[in-house]
Design a protein around this ligand. Structure first.
Ligand SMILES: Cc1cc2nc3c(=O)[nH]c(=O)nc-3n(C[C@H](O)[C@H](O)[C@H](O)COP(=O)(O)OP(=O)(O)OC[C@H]3O[C@@H](n4cnc5c(N)ncnc54)[C@H](O)[C@@H]3O)c2cc1C
Ligand SMILES: NC(=O)c1ccc[n+]([C@@H]2O[C@H](COP(=O)([O-])OP(=O)(O)OC[C@H]3O[C@@H](n4cnc5c(N)ncnc54)[C@H](O)[C@@H]3O)[C@@H](O)[C@H]2O)c1
Length: 450
């Protein structure tokens, strides 16, 4: 008899959604967690980020009314905002752990290492389980350069007490662009050092270019085709030495050059679980090469975006597998992506790049929402929708630029997944004038009139 029916290594979104379903189904469930319950998103990612971002989003919105009845746009007292962030976010993991224990799920604190297909070593104590689920997540990649110990990561930034007067972001991906948007609004002198010739490569170029131009207007300097050779102390500040020989002084260096799966020190090789530097290999049922061991979330080697909603989707699916409820392979619906720059960019389904490359398959319609409905678009004149339709006229992809791009992407996701027609949408009544209604009113005439 095993100690548990299902043991999760890691207690992030990849794990706890499945754990709750399995617990309800009467399974004996436990987590091994070396950090804190809730993982990256809850403690050092999405939640802290959105709490800190929101005042800047509101300020960005107010700035569009400057001189139009709004003269004094407020500024943010970062130290007090950070104190509020700590007050709200810091207790979350204890609250979650309390809920887990109360409902009968044990949290074993320590590093988990597989000993065999049914046994996990937790800091010297062995526990056994019928099934194992690996949800160990990712960690920031770090360049091995002189002065690397002076460089911070996203977790440090989300705790920074006193906002740096000058800040350098190494890498022009999602994390840097979100944090650089905040830093620009704080009035910091911001530099973004990007190895290639574009930031946010996964997002539509037409919208990324707009965000970059807006940020440049706010004083952000983008150093393209550049990388950092070393970082050194320079009195109270730091000197960033670039690969081309140039250098500049700054007060804070944040590296966000990608994230790498936590696959080392897990005993995978001892147990025969296949993995690579890109993550743990799974089949189309989320099963690893050892049949009773599943993997979920960011630690998995996968092509789909590594996000909280995808980790949650996989976790829920794994619960159905362990309970024997679903014989079908995992099938992902259209996945929306949202980058919290100011303004936001989102996309879902077939990308604009894909649609442009296959003009016989897809039709793109660009709708200048801000220009057409400025009163409704919160005075955001360049807010825009790009829709992708298939040969039958159904919506199969969309990209959005504007403050409300998250709401728009979610609506488009439902319309894409359900292959909704104009008649179906026309049979419903929506609120007016709202973030969602603007999208619906402009999209409905473009959908199949069936
Ligand atoms: C700054 C930042 C902002 C983000 N913002 C967003 C966003 O806005 N929207 C979005 O969808 N996604 C966002 N993400 C991504 C999101 O956080 C991840 O996709 C999500 O947390 C993945 O969940 P997970 O459970 O797979 O991994 P994690 O949440 O990382 O959980 C893994 C857990 O496993 C534990 N662990 C690892 N190895 C072991 C071991 N050997 N033994 C025991 N425990 C172990 C870790 O301590 C951790 O608690 C953000 C990420 C970052 C860093
Ligand atoms: N809104 C969201 O959904 C959200 C927000 C934050 C984080 N995340 C998660 O975090 C991950 C993003 O992390 P990230 O921003 O670190 O990675 P990323 O992959 O988005 O971006 C890394 C960037 O760094 C550049 N780069 C790589 N090496 C470099 C070097 N040596 N010098 C200069 N530039 C270099 C790359 O070209 C790329 O542009 C996402 O995959 C997602 O899982 C999601």
């Amino acid at each position: 008899m095993y100690d548990y029916d299902v043991l999760f290594v890691g207690a992030g979104h990849a794990s706890w959604h499945a754990a709750l379903i399995l617990l309800k189904a009467g399974k004996r469930v436990a987590f091994v967690e070396e950090g804190v319950v809730g993982g990256t998103c809850t403690n050092y990612g999405c939640n802290a980020k959105i709490l800190l971002d929101t005042p800047f989003e509101l300020i960005d919105g107010l700035e569009r009314y400057r001189g139009l009845g709004v003269d004094d746009v407020p500024t943010v007292d970062w130290a007090r905002l950070m104190a509020y962030k700590k007050q709200v976010i810091s207790p979350l993991n204890q609250v979650m752990e309390g809920m887990f224990s109360k409902s009968g799920m044990e949290v074993l604190h320590g590093h988990g290492r597989l000993v065999d297909a049914h046994t996990v070593d937790v800091d010297g104590k062995r526990v056994t389980s019928d099934y194992l689920v690996l949800g160990t997540g990712e960690r920031p990649m770090r360049q091995d350069i002189p002065g690397k110990e002076l460089v911070h990561d996203s977790r440090d930034f989300l705790d920074v007490e006193s906002f740096p007067r000058r800040i350098a972001f190494v890498g022009g991906g999602i994390i840097s662009m979100e944090f650089a948007s905040i830093a620009a609004k704080m009035g910091s002198q911001v530099k973004v050092i990007q190895r290639g010739d574009r930031v946010l490569r996964m997002y539509p170029e037409r919208y990324v270019d707009r965000v970059v131009a807006k940020m440049e207007g706010e004083g952000v300097e983008f150093l393209f085709n550049q990388s950092v050779a070393s970082v050194q102390r320079d009195g109270e500040a730091y000197l960033v030495n670039l690969a081309d020989g140039d250098s500049f002084q700054t007060d804070y260096v944040l590296e966000a050059t990608g994230r790498t799966p936590n696959v080392e020190g897990l005993g995978l090789e001892d147990v025969g679980v296949e993995f690579s530097a890109r993550g743990i290999a799974v089949d189309d049922h989320m099963r690893t090469s050892v049949p009773n061991i599943y993997a979920s979330g960011d630690c998995v080697c996968k092509r789909i975006p590594k996000l909280t909603p995808t980790a949650t989707f996989e976790s829920n699916y794994i619960a159905t597998q362990i309970l024997g409820l679903n014989p079908n392979p995992i099938s992902y619906p259209a996945i929306p992506n949202l980058v919290f720059t100011l303004p936001r960019i989102s996309q879902v389904g077939v990308t604009l790049a894909q649609a442009e490359a296959e003009p016989d398959e897809y039709r793109i319609e660009v709708v200048e929402y801000g220009k057409r409905l400025l009163f409704e678009a919160k005075n955001e004149a360049d807010a825009e929708f790009s829709f992708v339709f298939d040969g039958d006229g159904y919506l199969v992809g969309a990209a959005f630029y504007g403050q409300d791009a998250g709401v728009w992407a979610d609506l488009a996701t439902m319309i894409i997944n359900r292959r909704t027609t104009a008649t179906e949408l026309g049979s419903m009544i929506f609120t007016f004038p709202t973030e969602s209604q603007g999208l619906l009113s402009l999209l409905i005439p473009l959908l199949p009139q069936k």
